[in-house]
Design a binder for this molecule. Structure first.
Ligand code: FES
Length: 106
């Protein structure tokens, strides 16, 4: 699927990804700035926080309890579209998904 990252300066990075791994692994493999993923994807660091653009929120599988709890500890403000990129399976995302990288991410 195609995956769009809206970066801090509002520029857009377009990725054409295989349906393997997660939005986080796709970001790391393609050097998308702002997705840190310190824990390597085991849902414990919250540094892979991204904002899903509003029109896609409903098209994604809902966050499970672990992801939802961790989202309370993200550095940038939690918003309706807040997700952990490591928990978004590329096999389950809609084609053309647009996500925004938080301006502050630690
Ligand atoms: Fe650490 Fe997603 S990479 S929570």
């Amino acid at each position: 699927p195609k995956l769009y990252f809206i970066l801090k300066d509002d520029s857009v990075r377009t990725l054409d990804v295989a349906p393997e791994g997660s939005v986080m692994t796709a970001a790391l493999l393609n050097n998308v700035p702002g997705v840190e993923a310190e824990c390597g994807g085991c849902c414990s660091c919250a540094t892979c926080h991204i904002y899903v653009e509003p029109e896609y929120i409903e098209q994604l599988p809902a966050a499970d309890e672990a992801e939802s709890e961790l989202l309370d500890f993200v550095h940038a403000p939690r918003q309706p579209g807040s997700r952990l990129a490591c928990q978004l399976d590329l096999a389950a995302i809609p084609d053309g998904l647009r996500v925004r990288v938080p301006v502050t991410q630690h």
